[in-house]
Design a protein around this ligand. Structure first.
Ligand code: DGY
Length: 326
């Protein structure tokens, strides 16, 4: 029987499924990540692990992982794993694309609406007893209907956000590594260069994967191209946006607002300057956090893991399959 380590408490049906083929050891906590030492120890004896984006799996952690066949990440992003180091050891790495697309697009759009119409700020205003009267320009925000949305990264989630934006009568620009002709045809999205997108958009959604090439993709210069009335939404990874530059742009009123579901350091420290700004809506990385979607992600991560253990090519392999895999 195989040995599997699950790095966070998952629902019984998921664990039972894996137990049909493997002996399972699990970090039972829900709110505390597994300590690195425990992870390192488990990796020495595991044939497979099911992990989360909170686990940083670097080359040195894999040194003793001589039995490990598969790292199944319960996320679509896998920047937490050194894929090259895993590949060198013949370890498969998998992710969970597709099943979280619509849920993450919903949250992206929720952030867009919340920042445009100052939803969180307005609710806090009311709850803090500040609402004295209705007033013509009290808590006024920006229109969403009929404005221009710029999507950076026109993959599955980008397309799903664009579908929502069509319903709001938005003009949609996008930038991507390559043109998405299908999205252009189906959704009427328009490909533009990066600078034009930033200069013309009223809302910019960052949906590109986090790679060495996209680190600080949105930096001081890029923020300076944006309209004063524009909003930046990031539901990808914190490192794609330079947070110091974003803070400066917001404080200097160079852009209107920001909606952030992700941060360079997570959990974001409470004294982070961005959290002090009323025009920032900050969320604790909940893009895919619906009950149904998290179940689907766990099921898919389990299916990938089981395939890999059994020597089958998992459906969502992100690195080349080792030569002994069908
Ligand atoms: C992912 O799957 O990469 C998301 O960030 C998790 O919500």
């Amino acid at each position: 029987m195989y040995s599997v380590f699950i790095t966070r408490s998952l629902p019984d049906p998921i664990v039972e499924k894996i137990e049909q083929v493997a002996k399972v050891s699990m970090w039972e906590e829900e709110e505390v990540p597994v300590p690195q030492e425990r992870l390192e120890k488990e990796l020495e004896q595991a044939d497979g692990i099911l992990c989360l984006l909170t686990e940083t799996i670097e080359e040195k952690l894999l040194l003793g992982a001589d039995r490990l066949k598969i790292i199944s990440n319960m996320a679509v992003g896998y920047n937490n794993i050194d894929v090259a180091a895993a590949s060198k050891k013949g370890i498969m790495v998998t992710n969970t694309p597709g099943v979280l697309t619509e849920t993450t697009a919903d949250l992206t759009f929720a952030l867009l609406m919340a920042t445009a119409r100052r939803i969180v700020e307005s609710s806090t205003y009311l709850k803090n007893g500040k609402w004295q009267t209705w007033s013509p320009f009290q808590l006024t925000g920006q229109d969403v209907y009929g404005t221009t949305l710029g999507i950076i990264g026109m993959g599955r989630i980008g397309e799903a956000v664009a579908r929502r934006a069509v319903g709001f009568g938005m003009n949609i620009l996008y930038n991507n590594r390559s043109r998405n002709m299908e999205a252009e045809k189906q959704l009427g999205v328009i490909y533009t260069d990066f600078e034009t997108l930033l200069r013309q958009s009223d809302f910019v959604c960052v949906l590109t994967p986090y790679t060495p090439e996209t680190r600080n993709l949105i930096d001081r210069e890029q923020l300076s191209w944006m309209k004063k009335t524009a909003t930046l939404i990031n539901t990808s990874r914190g490192g794609v946006v330079n947070e110091d530059a974003l803070y400066e742009a917001l404080v200097g009123h160079k852009i209107w607002a920001a909606g952030l579901d992700v941060f360079e350091e997570e959990p974001v420290p409470l004294n982070h300057p961005l959290l002090s700004l009323p025009q920032v809506v900050a969320l604790p990385h909940i893009g895919s956090a619906s009950i149904q979607t998290r179940m689907r992600m766990a099921e898919l991560a389990a299916a990938n893991l089981i395939d890999g253990l059994q020597g089958k090519k998992p459906k969502h392999l992100v690195n080349p399959a080792p030569s002994n895999i069908e």
